[in-house]
Write a protein that binds this ligand. Structure first.
Ligand SMILES: [Zn+2]
Length: 83
């Protein structure tokens, strides 16, 4: 028997799992956001941010899903244009 294990989560080689273009400027002020200092979270983490109403900012701070931390880093949801 040579069974292939299928993960229920998103596969790393999923062709639809293409890189998401980043939003690099605050759409309200037009000012550029600082570059992320932490790795981009998995898609499942983004969904969890929305569900828990608390998100990681792009420097690892905890902010509201549509918030910006005191260092000027937006939440990943803003950065990735999710909300
Ligand atoms: Zn911060």
């Amino acid at each position: 028997m040579n069974q292939i294990q299928h993960s229920p989560s998103l596969a790393a080689d999923d062709p639809e799992d293409a890189p998401v273009p980043h939003v690099t400027h605050d759409p309200d002020t037009g000012l550029p956001w600082p570059d992320p200092t932490v790795p981009e979270p998995e898609f499942v983490s983004l969904a969890r941010f929305l569900f828990e109403a608390a998100a990681d900012a792009t420097d690892g701070c905890l902010v509201e899903p549509d918030g910006i931390c005191r260092h000027g880093h937006p939440s990943w949801l803003l950065r990735l244009g999710v909300i």
